[in-house]
Design a protein around this ligand. Structure first.
Ligand SMILES: Cc1cc2nc3c(=O)[nH]c(=O)nc-3n(C[C@H](O)[C@H](O)[C@H](O)COP(=O)(O)OP(=O)(O)OC[C@H]3O[C@@H](n4cnc5c(N)ncnc54)[C@H](O)[C@@H]3O)c2cc1C
Length: 394
């Protein structure tokens, strides 16, 4: 049966637009693509940071690039030169604008704003039927980037909840040459809490209050801590908030939360994005992983193959991330020490490669060697015992 589109992308955020812009540039066999996005218009709603390991397609959009990062607690501090792998900031507003312009100039991709997908897509002969707020649509293939459900305790080993504010001060209170990656508070018994500061100029910074905790937290829960962080950092300077952003990122997803797993087994449908395998467990970061997925998925669909999901991480990465997150979850009070040791003892290029899925075996060994062996071995033993018990019970 003829369909309205070859590919319909549900959700035009980072993953949806990253794929759409590649198909707009080079459609191949995929000549009718529709992106359905529920927002009426895009705003600069998030700041994507990553370590630059080499040339990338968004060089011209990079708003800031830093050569120094710091990690600290009340008792320890480490500052690292990362000039070889600079920490870069890409503002989502610039990304959305470039994607919109590329799509507008293409004959093959259409972006429909203000359209909400209302129900689970239904398989039909030769494709899929999609129900939206403006009517029905059929497609040969669907790439679904919508989050399956709201973050819930139990769906991830830890949730990274954060509230950030872009603040302008009337005096130069920020050191614009250095990112404060993590300034740990250590005042919560069961969570890891820290402030993240991206200095945009000496007067302007994005200040973020972040929690790693088994439960997700809404921005309102973090508002008081955030207010105190802004006061501490701005000191006597008068300040105003010009933009706010917030998020809840999964660290070690345990359940996809997919309401209809059968969909995954039907041909021509796949679920991707932050809550469907894009986020790196150890960091919650997803931007670079989404770009790599978009490269592979666009190649597949433009060549006439089914869309593809995020690749699972290599076994060793999964093992290391799982153990690291388990230790953080069981010993949140030691979180600051673990991160400070990592940045103090491991060469920066190794850390950047490790966090960007580009680690060699030597990088992994260096990362593992920086961590307290006894603590990790005890946690590993507990994991093995738990797995054995589960085996016996089932
Ligand atoms: C504030 C913030 C800062 C972040 N910072 C970083 C960072 O520094 N580095 C990093 O690597 N990662 C970062 N991340 C994590 C990750 O890169 C982003 O969350 C990224 O946007 C995930 O892309 P996505 O396409 O999965 O989700 P989104 O970009 O959220 O896209 C999903 C889209 O689906 C749309 N949608 C949802 N439901 C429907 C529906 N029913 N119908 C139609 N459309 C729908 C939404 O409107 C949205 O546009 C950050 C996340 C946030 C929230």
């Amino acid at each position: 049966m003829a369909t309205d589109a070859d590919v319909v992308i549900l959700g035009g955020g980072c993953a949806g637009l990253s794929l759409a812009l590649r198909l707009a540039e080079q459609p191949g066999l995929c000549r009718r693509v529709i992106v359905l996005e529920s927002r009426q218009a895009y705003q600069h709603d998030r700041s994507w940071c990553f370590w630059r390991l080499g040339p990338h397609r968004f060089e011209s959009l990079v708003a800031r690039s830093w050569s120094r990062v710091a990690v600290r607690s009340a008792t320890q501090a480490v500052q690292v030169n990362c000039a070889g792998t600079p920490y870069q900031l890409l503002e989502s507003g610039a990304f959305y604008q470039q994607a919109e312009e590329t799509i507008q100039a293409s004959d093959t991709v259409r972006l429909q704003m203000g359209v909400t997908v209302l129900a689970v897509p239904q398989p039909m002969s030769g494709g899929w039927r999609i129900t939206t707020s403006v009517g029905e649509l059929t497609a040969a293939q669907i790439i679904d980037t919508r989050p399956p459900r709201l973050p819930q305790r139990g769906d991830a080993l830890l949730w990274q909840s954060f509230l950030g504010q872009e603040v302008i001060c009337d005096s130069p209170v920020f050191d614009s040459s250095r990112v404060e990656l993590m300034h740990f508070a250590n005042d919560l018994p069961d969570a890891i809490a820290f402030t993240y500061v991206l200095p945009l100029t000496n007067h302007r910074a994005l200040i973020e209050t972040t929690l790693f905790d088994p439960s997700p937290y809404a921005p309102a829960d973090l508002a008081l801590r955030q207010q105190r962080a802004v006061q501490r950092l701005c000191g006597a300077a008068s300040s105003r908030v010009v933009r706010t952003e917030a998020g809840i990122l999964p660290m070690g997803l345990l359940s996809s939360g997919n309401t209809d797993p059968q969909l995954e087994h039907a041909g021509g449908y796949c679920r991707v994005g932050l809550m469907s395998g894009a986020a790196r467990p150890a960091s919650g970061y997803a931007f670079q992983r989404i770009q790599r997925w978009a490269d592979r998925c666009s190649t597949a669909v433009r060549s006439g193959y089914d869309p593809i999901k995020h690749s699972p991480d290599p076994l060793l990465t999964r093992f290391m991330d799982r153990l690291f997150l388990d230790v953080l979850r069981s010993h949140p009070a030691r979180g600051a020490e673990l991160f400070i040791n990592l940045f103090d003892r491991v060469a920066m290029p190794r850390i950047a490669r490790f966090l960007s899925d580009r680690a060699s075996l030597a990088d992994r060994i260096a990362v593992a060697a920086s961590l307290p062996t006894g603590l990790f071995l005890a946690q590993l033993l507990r994991l093995v015992q738990r797995a054995r018990l589960r085996e016996r019970l089932t």
